[in-house]
Ligand binder design. Structure first.
Ligand SMILES: [Zn+2]
Length: 294
């Protein structure tokens, strides 16, 4: 009985005074973990669910993920349906009221950005398009990350108000670093380059850095190419001589190798998330992606 009273009192105290020792955060993707680390510093404890070598479109919910989610004070994810295959199941099975949809602790980062390639009409999911709400790969974009970092800082400040000033200071340092980096990145000569890509992964980057993606090896996002599509693509490559055929570390390598052999155009594997090839944070990821493209 006494135990129960103490427990209830502790719970009440926590509800009245939401000051955390450390905010327990579950992030789906490595790049999200990296941005949260920049803003949250040592006031947050971060668990990332997806490994950097995994294809982020096809992740399976595991009991260990559900366990992490059950203990989370906050859940932060990419959105635009990128996690639809596993996250709803994890949220539901966690029985953690804090991270349910509609609550502040359930943070969809895509709310802060303007998604490109939003479908004009309803996409029929049976057609297999894995980008039903527009292109979800907005993390390779300094402009988007600027807004996402602001959204994360805002939400953390609200949920853990005792450390609001700390989060805001970290956001300002993050912006200073980003401003410096953007000056460096702006000097990259990518403007006249054109590429063929395996998947629609680099579109935000292309529009910010002024290069072109003139074709895709996948027929639609998530749909492998048919023989006819490959034939047409070989024609396109021969006629327009792109600078490279690009893909990410987790898939598309064989398609790129095949086309590279057929056409003599170089294939390049671009790191797609933090943690791949020892990439320690989002800034290094952008450095490596831009170096590879250059
Ligand atoms: Zn995708």
């Amino acid at each position: 009985m006494l135990k129960r009273i103490i427990f209830t009192l502790l719970l009440l105290l926590r509800l009245i005074n939401p000051a955390f020792a450390e905010v327990n955060i579950v992030a789906t993707l490595p790049w999200i973990g990296s941005i949260v680390r920049e803003i949250g510093g040592d006031k947050v404890n971060i668990t990332v669910l997806v490994k950097p070598n995994q294809d982020p479109h096809y992740i399976e919910a595991k009991p260990s993920m559900i366990l992490e989610a059950s203990k989370a004070d906050m859940l932060i994810y990419n959105g635009l349906d990128l996690e639809v295959g596993y996250l709803p199941l994890i949220i539901n099975s966690s029985r953690n009221y804090r991270i349910q949809a509609g609550r502040k602790e359930n943070l969809d980062c895509s709310q802060y950005i303007d998604a490109i390639e939003r479908p004009q009409r309803d996409v029929d999911r049976s057609m297999g398009d894995i980008h039903p709400f527009g292109n979800p790969h907005y993390h390779l974009s300094p402009e988007n990350i600027r807004k996402v970092a602001d959204g994360i800082a805002d939400t953390l400040s609200e949920l853990d108000s005792a450390h609001a000033e700390f989060y805001r200071k970290n956001l300002i340092s993050f912006y200073e670093r980003l401003d410096d980096k953007q000056k460096q990145w702006g000097s990259k000569s990518l403007k006249d380059k054109k590429f063929i890509a395996y998947h629609k992964y680099f579109e935000y980057l292309a529009s910010e850095f002024g290069f072109q993606i003139i074709g895709y090896i996948e027929q639609k996002p998530g749909i492998p190419p048919s023989a006819g599509h490959i034939e047409r693509l070989i024609e396109t490559i021969k006629n327009s001589r792109p600078d490279a055929l690009i893909t990410t570390g987790y898939y598309g390598k064989r398609g790129v190798e095949f086309l590279s052999q057929k056409t003599g155009i170089r294939g390049v594997v671009i790191p797609h998330d933090v943690g791949a090839d020892d990439i320690k944070d989002w800034f290094t990821l952008m450095d490596r992606v831009l170096e590879s493209l250059e």
